[in-house]
Design a protein around this ligand. Sequence first.
Ligand SMILES: [Zn+2]
Length: 135
Amino acid sequence: MKGVEELRELSVAQDLLKACQHYIRTTGAAGIAKIVLGVGELQDLDLEGLERYFRSTTLGTAVQDAQIQVVRYPILCHCRTCKEDYILCPDAVVSAVCPVCNATSHDLISGAQMRIEAICATEEENRRFESAAFR
Ligand SMILES: [Zn+2]
C-alpha cells in the first residue's frame, strides 16, 4: 500500500503547484510565499512525503520557495439520535459511538476535507510581516 500512498502525496503536490501557477497567472504575483492547506484528521496524508514531492515538483518554478502550512481539522460528528456534536479521534472512526446517547448513527460534519485555504504571494507575505511589526 505504500506505493499508493506516495502517489497520493505526489498528486496533492502537483495540485498545489497547479493552483499556485493559476494564482500567479491571474494575479501577476512574482512568487508564492505560503500555501495554507486545510486537512481533516480523516485524511491520512504523509506531510513529510508531501513536502518532499512539493520540493521536487516545484523546483525551478516561481512556486519553489513556498512554505506549506497545514491546518488540521478534527473529526466532528453530529449524532442523528440526540443531535449532539462530538469529536472523534481518527482511530475511533470505525466504531464511532455517540458519547452522550451511545447511538452509532451520525453525520460527518468535518474531518474529511482537504482544500487550499489560502495562497499568499511573496509581496503579500512581506506586507503582512511589516504590518505585524507595527502592532
Ligand atoms: Zn447521541
